[in-house]
Design a protein around this ligand. Structure first.
Ligand SMILES: NC(=O)c1ccc[n+]([C@@H]2O[C@H](COP(=O)([O-])OP(=O)(O)OC[C@H]3O[C@@H](n4cnc5c(N)ncnc54)[C@H](OP(=O)(O)O)[C@@H]3O)[C@@H](O)[C@H]2O)c1
Length: 298
C-alpha cells in the first residue's frame, strides 16, 4: 500500500489556506491546517515542538503579516511573521529533509521596469512589508536545492477574508462614485488558481526553487475595479452602475509606497506545472460566482 504523506498548511485562516482546503490535497497526501492560534510560526520553541510532533513531509506557509501600510509603523510585527516565522519553518525543514513551499509577493520589486519581472530579476522592495517578505525568502533560499520553494504572487483575492474585490463590491454598493488608482499596473490572482498550482507542485520535484504566479494579463487597480463592477452587475451583486474615476498615486497618499509596475513573468510555473493559461478576467468570474452564491445562502 502506498504511504500517505503529511502536508502542514500554516495560517489556516488566510485566503489561500481556505482555498487550499476547499480544493483538497492530491491523493496520497493528508493535509493538516493550523491557524495562528494553533501554531504561531514566530514562536520558535512552540513551533519546533509542534513540528516535531506532526513531522510533516512538507509545509505550505501561507501565514503572513499582510497589512502593507501598517507594516510601515509596525515593522517589527511584519518581521516577526514574515521573516523570523519563516526562518523557524526553514530551520526545521532543513534539519528533517522536509520541503517548504513558501508564498511571497510582487512587492519585493520596486516597479521601475517596464516589462514583466522574471524570477531572477533584482529585488528592491519599496516598503517594510516587501522588505520583511524578501528577508523571509532569503531564509527559504538557505535550504538545499529541491527542499525550498518560493512562490511569488500578486494582488491576491477570493471570496474569503479581506481583499480588493470584496472591498470594491462593498464600496460600489454603498457610494455614489468611487476613485481608484490607475497608475499602478499589476496582475490579479485568484487564491484558487494559486492553490491549484501549489497542489500540482506538491507531489513533484520543483526544479527551480523560485516561481512567479498570477492569473495572466495585466491591468491597473482602476481597470480591475471596472471589471469587478461589470461582473458584479452581471451577477446581480450590484444594482446600479456608479461612476469609477481614475486616480493618480500622487493624489492617494498611503503609508507604504507601492511599485508602479509589478507584473511578473509566470512562464516558468506555467510550463513546469502544466497550468492552464487562462486570464485574470476569467478567474475573477469564478470568485464573483462564489460571492454571489454566499450572498444567496447567507
Ligand atoms: N493578499 C495579497 O494581495 C497578497 C499579494 C501577494 C502575496 N501575498 C502573500 O500570499 C500569502 C497568503 O496571503 P493571504 O492574502 O491569503 O493572507 P491573509 O488572508 O492576509 O491571511 C494571513 C494569515 O496569516 C496569519 N498569520 C500572521 N502571522 C502569523 C504567525 N506568526 N503565525 C501563524 N499565522 C500567522 C494571519 O492570522 P491573523 O489574522 O490572526 O493575524 C492570517 O490568518 C502571504 O504569504 C502573503 O504575503 C498576498
Amino acid at each position: 500500500m502506498a504511504m500517505t504523506r503529511t502536508v502542514l498548511v500554516t495560517g489556516a485562516a488566510s485566503q489561500l489556506a481556505q482555498c487550499l482546503k476547499l480544493s483538497g490535497a492530491p491523493s496520497g497526501w493528508r493535509a493538516l491546517y493550523l491557524s495562528r492560534g494553533e501554531l504561531d510560526i514566530a514562536d520558535s520553541a512552540r513551533t519546533k515542538t509542534a513540528l516535531d510532533a506532526i513531522a510533516p513531509d512538507c509545509i505550505i506557509n501561507t501565514a503572513a503579516w499582510t497589512a502593507v501600510d501598517r507594516a510601515e509603523s509596525e515593522p517589527a510585527r511584519a518581521r516577526r511573521s514574515n521573516t523570523a516565522g519563516v526562518a523557524n519553518l526553514a530551520r526545521w525543514c532543513g534539519g528533517r529533509k522536509a520541503r517548504l513551499i513558501h508564498v511571497s509577493t510582487d512587492f519585493v520589486f520596486d516597479g521601475k521596469e517596464a516589462r514583466p519581472y522574471a524570477p531572477g530579476d533584482a529585488t528592491a522592495p519599496l516598503g517594510e512589508y516587501g522588505a520583511s517578505k524578501l528577508a523571509g525568502e532569503e531564509e527559504v533560499a538557505k535550504l538545499p536545492p529541491g527542499q525550498g520553494v518560493i512562490l511569488r504572487t500578486s494582488w491576491l483575492y477570493s471570496e474569503f477574508g479581506r481583499n480588493f474585490v470584496k472591498t470594491m463590491l462593498g464600496l460600489l454598493a454603498e457610494r455614489n462614485e468611487i476613485a481608484v488608482v490607475s497608475d499602478q499596473i499589476g496582475c490579479p490572482t485568484s487564491a484558487h488558481s494559486l492553490a491549484g498550482l501549489i497542489w500540482r507542485m506538491l507531489p513533484r520535484q520543483a526544479g527551480a526553487g523560485l516561481y512567479h504566479w498570477h492569473d495572466g494579463g495585466e491591468t491597473s487597480w482602476f481597470g480591475f475595479a471596472r471589471e469587478i463592477r461589470r461582473q458584479g452587475l452581471a451577477a446581480g451583486l450590484l444594482q446600479g452602475e456608479i461612476p469609477i474615476r481614475p486616480l493618480a498615486t500622487a493624489d492617494y497618499p498611503t503609508a507604504a509606497r507601492r511599485p508602479a509596475y509589478s507584473v511578473m513573468d509566470r512562464g516558468l510555473a506555467l510550463g513546469e506545472f502544466d497550468m492552464p493559461e487562462g486570464d485574470w478576467r476569467g478567474e475573477l468570474g469564478r470568485v464573483i460566482q462564489a460571492i454571489a452564491k454566499q450572498e444567496t445562502a447567507g
